[in-house]
Design a binder for this molecule. Structure first.
Ligand SMILES: CCCCCCCC/C=C\CCCCCCCC(=O)SCCNC(=O)CCNC(=O)[C@H](O)C(C)(C)COP(=O)(O)OP(=O)(O)OC[C@H]1O[C@@H](n2cnc3c(N)ncnc32)[C@H](O)[C@@H]1OP(=O)(O)O
Length: 209
């Protein structure tokens, strides 16, 4: 199947190996490493906390105001670099990368580790909802008519595994006035774990200025 990178449309940001993206990638490693370590590590965690607080102090001391930053992060034309699913600037984003498919739907692959755990060894249901809400939103943008989530209905068919390659899909199925209908799935090893049906309402909020 031929795939078109959605990045070219300006919908999903491409991570850089430098600047804030590189720092955020390091922060993701820290989150993951802390959870892997727990209290089972010989590492002196008081010292780790001091080091991490020193980094946070340094960043906070040089950060712009929230207002300035909000304007800055919404300055791009439709690109979200900060969102919690695909955002290269957001350490809680796995991150998921999404690609357009020739049939008008979109698809991405991701492996989720311990920070996203719900049931033992499985993805938290709220995390699956997060991935699908965003993916359906991007599917709408890819299809040309986007909006805000009105209702998102999920069915959890089987537990979604951690540490395995997951495929996340989204597809706009119809538009009726301001109502946008969208579906999506999360599959693992070809088996459907979660299906989603979204009703989005065509409404755009003003960007901060
Ligand atoms: C969105 C980001 C944009 C980024 C742009 C970058 C470009 C794209 C790039 C990247 C994609 C990014 C992807 C992000 C994806 C994330 C999406 C989210 O998480 S969105 C946050 C969660 N959702 C809310 O917070 C909504 C809160 N609710 C509202 O604001 C309103 O209730 C809203 C807009 C949903 C409707 O309010 P009204 O005043 O505009 O519309 P009324 O007149 O009430 O309803 C119109 C029709 O829709 C139905 N309707 C309204 N709300 C409904 C609902 N919740 N469920 C079902 N139907 C609803 C009504 O029954 C009515 O239908 P009748 O015309 O009478 O047949």
């Amino acid at each position: 199947m031929t795939e078109t990178r959605i990045d070219r449309t300006g919908l999903t940001a491409t991570p850089n190996n430098e600047g804030v993206d590189a720092a955020v990638a390091a922060a993701r490693r820290v989150i993951d490493a802390l959870l892997h370590s727990g209290d089972m590590s010989a590492v002196e965690m008081t010292q780790v906390a001091e080091q991490l607080n020193a980094v946070a102090d340094h960043l906070e001391a040089h950060a712009p105001t929230v207002g300035e930053r909000m304007v800055d992060m919404w300055r791009g034309e439709g690109v979200t670099r900060h969102d919690p699913v695909t955002g290269p600037e957001n350490a809680i984003a796995p991150p998921l990368r999404l690609y357009g498919r020739d049939d008008g739907s979109i698809e991405g692959e991701v492996v989720l580790g311990m920070p996203y755990q719900g049931p033992p060894g499985c993805v938290h249901g709220g995390v699956s909802a997060l991935l699908l809400d965003h993916t359906l939103g991007v599917a709408n943008a890819w299809a040309g008519t986007s909006g805000m989530t009105g209702t998102l209905t999920l069915r959890y068919h089987r537990p979604t595994p951690l540490f395995e390659r997951l495929t996340v899909t989204g597809r706009q199925t119809s538009v009726d006035g301001r109502k946008i209908y969208t579906t999506g799935t999360i599959t693992a090893g070809g088996q459907v774990c979660v299906t989603a049906e979204g009703l989005f309402i065509d409404k755009q909020l003003d960007r901060p200025r």
